[in-house]
Design a protein around this ligand. Sequence first.
Ligand code: ACM
Length: 548
Amino acid sequence: MDLIPAPRAAAENSPESPGGGPVVLGPRTTLWAGPGTGTAERWLRSHLGAALGLPLPPGPENGPEDGPAAVSLRLDAELPPEAYRLAVTAAGGVGIRGGDAAGVFWGAQTLRQLIGPDAFRRAPVRPGARYEIAAQVVEDAPRFGWRGLMLDVSRHFMPKDGVLRYLDLMAAHKLNVFHFHLTDDQGWRVEIKRHPKLTATGAWRSRTKSGHRASPLWEEKPHGGFYTQDDIREIVAYAAERHITVVPEIDMPGHSQAAIAAYPELGNTDVIDTASLGVWDTWGITENVLAPTDNTLRFYEGVFEEILELFPSTFIHVGGDECPKEQWRRSGTAKARLNELGLADEDELQAWFIAHFDRWLTARGRRLIGWDEILEGGLAPGAAVASWRGYRGGVTAARAGHDVVMCPEQHVYLDHRQDGGPDEPVPIGYVRTLRDVYRFEPVPAELTPEEARHVLGTQANLWTEVMDSPARVDYQAFPRLAAFAEVAWSALPAPAERDFADFERRMTTHYARLDALGVAYRPPTGPLPWQRRPGILGRPREGEPPQV
Ligand code: ACM
């Protein structure tokens, strides 16, 4: 069966046992959907049905008496949320029960894998074909409730269709949180009606650094793009149909140069001439950060008012990472604010900034999440932390009673190279192989069981400085995202005991699925000729261990 992510339990019936023969899906196969299973029903018709050329007409609960097998979907109050039970029997056809609509939907994703690679195509390659599924029972439930993927669309914009495709790829791997990194120094990507220059100006840069920031090369042409509010509504709805929550990130007070380029008064105008700043064209961390003024607070409250209307997610990500304090140290305005608030230093000013939006979001029934720097200076009880600088932030946060999403850069930053070979395209940072990702353990070993309950789950992050096309994103994401999905979903043993050989064996089946989906993954034998863009332009980031 070679399921990825691996289920809790799966057992094939013996073909000789009563009712143990295979089930055949064909043009007359019907689909019965019980109350509350609409997302799986719609997905089965629009995706599985379209891929296989099966109309899946509505039929009675137990299928036509004399006809081919039916597919039936129902909720089962005995099962926990997101759990499912998929039974394939000669007598009953394919029955999927879920603890909730999401569980039924994940069961439908498993059915797709059981059918084979044809089920992953956009259109039938064998019209009228019949598909045999061995009689079996799969019982399954996720390890974590937060199984995330972050996509940075600021460094390189990904048009809407590419984002929808990534939501489909996430669903195929039972991932359920899409962290949408919408703003950064290099581009602002979401329309905000009351501040139109954020996209009119902030979504476009005049040129782009080619490769790593140490590279002498530039792509001398404008780059940009943004999502209209209608685009965002479509993305959020498309995700919701797949039981994926979209968590938007508006990064501040650092990583804000695109916003300052659009509205220079947001920057530290008493320190530099912010009116001459453009949207940033190279990579790294810029000193151009937001000014800690009332004007900035009111401006961003306006941004978040529109963000809350667009995104129903409980969690709203406010960034908070990598905010150099150099301009604040030189700014009389920042100094005055610091004195007025009785703060000890500029680090406390950053904590004040985050705390403001923590209170603001909490008052509106949402919860703040930010990168682990937000721990420095204290946080409101409901705030959550994305631990990216290793495990430490996650440990500190969980011990202080905050919820945590584990995404340590040493393990699950998929922009990092996946092999030490010379043909890897524009290498960045650590070598993190498929095996390394498979051996990643999201729960820090030093946490007590009580503290570990604060680990909501885990997330892989795709930063796109060197990913200038969907094919480059695919190359970095896959196959490692398949290993990550298994870490996030499956009940794997401790890292040293994980059976990577078995995962690799199952991957041989999974590569055929990825081929059918058109994913430009890194083949196990290394990059294909057109995927090679070797590392003359790249080197590790400062302070990182040497590349292998
Ligand atoms: C980050 O990688 N700066 C969160």
